[in-house]
Design a binder for this molecule. Structure first.
Ligand code: ATP
Ligand code: MG
Length: 278
């Protein structure tokens, strides 16, 4: 698969035919951690369409990471179900790849070997692995870094290798928990561009968590604002602005304002609830 250089904007009409997989159905999902008296998530129902880029935002502690971990199958729900393309999620699986804030790359392997690792584990033959790794490196514009070790990469390069490692498994859905949170503003902007290109080129479904409202509006087809204590859906906002979006544009800023207001109202609601309890 060939990816356009980041300087070349990908126009919305360049989107390939809609993806045929990556439909996530979350039905009445509830999570109560053992020993806790407050639900981390309560009665969450969301369906994401194949190829859709869904971003989850909300105040700290509202259950965003819990939601991703449940979809990844790393946590079991207290009640409710999750289906991916009609198959019930009951544990981790290669069709759901997770990218964390901390890249989690192996320091004793070079960039290519890190990307190759999952393919090796699943018994993919060497020649096919080599080809897939080269393609994944190309997708994140890091072909030149194939032989570099993790300590030789910048923060942004590490995250791109982590994304390549997830993409190489050809998952139906990418689950991303604040993947760019630790990066500086310029690197983030570059990765937003590349992430949006990847979404267009691969037409992967993405479930993405962030604290940055600008990032959410830059990338999302749909934004889900969570309510906290317990985590519920407060509002869904469809972002139908054409891509690529410019963070400083009037249209983007208008949506940012709407999402920010929802989160601020939610934070104020939690504070006044706490004040009443105290
Ligand atoms: N392993 C755990 N055991 C008990 N409670 C937990 C556990 N993990 C998370 N929680 C609680 O569940 C709630 C949701 O946590 P979660 O980490 O999903 O929030 P978040 O929205 O990702 O927050 P942040 O924005 O700070 O990353 C919080 O109240 C948290 O304290
Ligand atoms: Mg979190």
């Amino acid at each position: 698969m060939f990816l356009l250089p980041s300087a070349l904007a990908v126009r919305p009409e360049a989107k390939p035919a809609r993806a045929s997989r990556g439909r996530v159905e979350i039905r009445n999902l509830t999570k109560l951690y053992p020993g806790s008296d407050m639900h981390a998530l309560k009665d969450i129902t969301i369906t994401t369409e194949p190829g859709e880029f869904v971003v989850v935002v909300g105040p700290s502690g509202c259950g965003k990471s819990t939601l991703l971990h449940l979809v990844a199958g790393l946590l079991a729900p207290t009640s409710g179900e999750i289906y991916l393309d009609g198959h019930r999620v009951d544990g981790p699986g290669p069709e759901r790849a997770m990218v964390f804030q901390e890249h989690g790359l192996f320091p004793w392997l070079n960039a290519s070997q890190n990307i190759e690792f999952g393919l090796k584990m699943t018994g993919v033959p060497k020649a096919a692995r080599r080809e897939a790794v080269a393609r994944a490196l190309e997708m994140v514009h890091l072909s030149h870094a194939a032989d570099m070790y993790i300590h030789q990469l910048s923060g942004g390069m590490k995250q791109r290798i982590a994304i390549a490692r997830a993409l190489v498994m050809d998952p139906a859905v990418l689950l991303m928990d604040e993947p760019f949170a630790a990066l500086d503003a310029q690197t983030r902007t570059l990765l937003h561009e590349q992430m949006q290109e990847l979404a267009v080129q691969t037409h992967k479904s993405v479930l993405f968590v962030t604290h940055s409202v600008g990032e959410a509006v830059r990338l999302a087809d749909r934004i889900i604002v969570l309510h906290s204590h317990p985590g519920r859906i407060r509002r869904e906002i469809r972002v139908s602005l054409p891509q690529p979006r410019h963070v400083d544009s009037h249209e983007v800023n208008a949506v940012v304002g709407i999402v920010r207001k929802e989160i601020e109202d939610e934070v104020n609601r939690v504070h006044s609830q706490m004040a009443r309890v105290a």
